[in-house]
Design a protein around this ligand. Structure first.
Ligand code: MSP
Length: 646
């Protein structure tokens, strides 16, 4: 891969459809990759846009009784607004109806026609209106459109048209794919194209008679025809890079580093496009990367199923950054992935609300109360500090490596692991206990908080391309300079500025409470009432197997605070192994919140979640009571949190 520049493209989307999560995914993925390349200092050009010609647009405009141009001018806005909302940083947005694009397509057509790469002939075959593609009899799958995910009825068509001599490049294309293993990725998609090329390649019909379809770019050598929509659309990748209009720009950006596509448009990108480029005498893109599909649960997303996820509505409800993070972390590139609100909430609550939110909370609170809100000095690093430094710097390096390997999910998982490690570090070093020791431990407390804060500076910088909004806020709180971070400053330990004032603390990722009616919901008080009624003497004997149904675990209490408007309740964050959980406990009359921090307690870990006074509780702490006294059940000695009890 040429590392001197990075040029990345998304497919240009049909303007007819309302953008859905599939469109949002490819565009966010391109944005995240572009931002990581900018972070490491590579000159980057990121292109997206819309595909505005063709039969479907014409049909939709006819149905509304408006001109196609008026129709696309209205519908393109949905995409442009969505990209703005999702913080997409494309350098250009190309519309295929723009004069700059039409001119380039026409120049290419004229040149290919003049060189006999395009010829006129009669055509008789099958046509899929949805895919806007022609097929021979033997291409069809059981008489239907053979395109992956289509399978619709096809129409028989007999007409005169213009053809591109695609077939003559068949052997050249096979050789190119074989000689360049990263030209089509992942490997199984490369094999799919090679399989397709085992059949004899036909020439490509690149025109439509105006009598059948008027909405397209007119052929420069025959005004009775317009250009086939795919022949027009694919050219967008070179139009925007400056082909035939800006030689310097084109020399700088072409060939593209990545064409990102969904698996549904593999053939057009890995067969039509390379042969078109070859005929034009242009270099091949470095990699055409086909990602999988988002399924909703296990089902294909479709309008008729009514399960299409609206990215704008989702981002409005849960926030742009968590949405971007979930899409990037959940899909292993190349494979299909399943989108469910439940999976989103689980990941959000665990990795963002609990782990990352928690860490920021702890660091800023303690700096606020012990160092007047200024980043403390850092003393010599002990073993624990060095270990956290090493884990953090490794996660930062691995994130960059995972970008190169197109495995963002793995890089993000490493960063999430570093956050957990930092929380564990805080647990071990017990800064709240150091704070209680006053002057004697003040310098050590400073080193601990500096170390945790520095880990957070690096981690948030490396998360920044995925969650630019929230990570900017977080970095401001830490007193980092405004603007995009760069990798040079994130690959070295010690960038956090001692003495810098930290910003105002806020809850970056408030925990998402499950909605009423969910398993977690309003049933809880009912359950509590019944339990009380049954409590008196004479509980029935139970089998041992009944007891084993209860999952008891040791936990460390990380945070405790009063629940507003409820005198008896405390809201606790407890560590259960690698997980942090929120638990509501009726112990406020017996413990001051600060006295609980660092204590080991026992949690009923598999109790169904409940919402108590509007606060979600995931489990119950064991306590012994006698008369009006209450004491938490603790362990007789030290064990890590998450240890099984029973
Ligand atoms: N206009 C053509 C592309 C021309 S590129 C020169 C087109 N447009 S489209 O609006 O149908 O968008 C297709 C792209 O949207 C897919 O390739 C993929 O990037 C994305 N997705 C559409 N549905 C998807 C999912 N369910 N999941 C993930 N992405 C999918 O085809």
């Amino acid at each position: 891969m040429d590392t001197s520049k990075f040029y990345i493209t998304t497919p240009i989307y049909y303007v007819n459809d309302k953008p859905h999560i599939g469109h949002a995914y490819t565009t966010i993925l391109a944005d995240v990759l572009a931002r990581y390349h900018r972070l490491i200092g590579t000159p980057t050009f990121f292109l997206t846009g819309t595909d505005e010609h063709g039969q479907k647009v014409q049909q939709a405009a006819d149905k509304r009784g408006v001109q196609p141009q008026a129709h696309v001018d209205e519908t393109v806005v949905r995409f442009q607004e969505l990209w703005e909302r999702l913080e997409i940083t494309n350098d250009d947005f190309i519309r295929t109806t723009e004069p700059r694009h039409k001119q380039v397509v026409q120049k290419i057509l004229q040149d290919l026609f003049d060189r006999d790469e395009i010829y006129r002939a009669d055509y008789d075959g099958w046509y899929c209106v949805t895919c806007e593609r022609f097929f021979t009899e033997k291409d069809l799958a059981d008489g239907k459109c053979p395109e992956s995910g289509c399978g619709r009825d096809v129409e028989r068509i007999t007409e005169t048209n213009y053809f591109f001599r695609m077939s003559k490049y068949q052997q050249w294309l096979i050789d190119h794919i074989e000689a360049n293993p990263t030209f089509i990725q992942p490997d199984f998609r490369r094999n799919e194209t090679l399989g397709f090329l085992k059949k004899e390649l036909t020439d490509l019909c690149i025109s439509r008679p105006k009598s059948r379809l008027a909405w397209g770019i007119e052929l420069p050598f025959d005004s009775d025809f317009v250009t086939y929509v795919w022949f027009d659309a694919l050219v967008n990748y070179i139009t925007a890079a400056g082909y035939l209009s800006d030689d310097a720009a084109f020399a700088k950006w072409w060939p593209a580093s990545y064409h990102l596509i969904g698996k549904d448009i593999l053939t057009t990108h890995t067969v039509y496009w390379p042969t078109m480029l070859k005929a034009m005498g242009l270099e091949m893109p470095e990699t055409i990367f086909a990602h999988g599909w988002w399924l909703v649960g296990r089902d294909k997303m479709s309008k008729s199923e009514g399960n299409v996820v609206d990215p704008m509505a989702f981002a409005e409800e849960y926030g742009v950054d968590p949405f971007r993070y979930f899409l990037m972390a959940e899909m292993s590139l190349g494979q299909d992935a399943s989108f469910t609100e439940d999976a989103f909430i689980r990941r959000y609550n665990a990795e963002l609300a609990n782990d990352l939110g928690n860490m920021l909370n702890r660091v800023t609170k303690l700096i606020g109360s012990n160092f007047g809100g200024c980043i403390p000095e850092c003393g010599e690093l002990g073993e624990e500090e060095q270990a956290l430094r090493d884990v953090t710097l490794k996660a930062a390096r691995d994130m960059v490596e995972s970008v190169g390997k197109m495995r963002l999910d793995l890089g993000l998982a490493e960063l999430a692991g570093a956050v957990r490690e930092a929380n564990r570090y805080i647990e071990k070093r017990q800064p709240w206990a150091l704070a209680k020791q006053g002057d004697a431990a003040h310098a050590e407390l400073g080193t601990v908080l500096y170390t945790a804060g520095e880990a957070l500076r690096i981690i948030s910088g490396m998360f920044y391309p995925t969650m630019p909004g929230k990570m900017s806020e977080l970095r401001q709180v830490l007193g980092c300079a405004a603007g995009d971070p760069d990798f040079a400053s994130l690959s070295e330990w010690g960038g956090l500025e001692s003495g810098a004032a930290i910003g105002e603390m806020r809850s970056l990722f408030p925990r998402i409470q499950r909605k009423k009616g969910d398993a977690a919901g309003a049933k809880a008080p009912e359950v509590a009432k019944k339990a009380k009624q049954n409590k008196p003497a004479g509980l029935a004997l139970i089998e041992f197997t009944d007891f084993t149904k209860v999952d008891l675990r040791s936990v460390t209490i990380l945070e405790a605070e009063k629940v507003e408007g409820a005198d008896k309740l405390l809201k606790l964050q407890v560590e259960v192994g690698a997980e942090t959980r929120q638990v509501v406990a009726g112990i406020a009359a017996h413990y001051a919140p600060e006295d609980l921090i660092g204590k080991t307690a026992i949690l009923v870990a598999n109790l169904k979640p409940a919402t108590i006074r509007g606060v979600e509780s995931n489990g119950m702490l064991l306590a012994a009571t006698h008369k009006k006294k209450l004491k938490l059940v603790t362990l007789d000695g030290e064990l890590p949190s998450g240890a099984k009890v029973g």
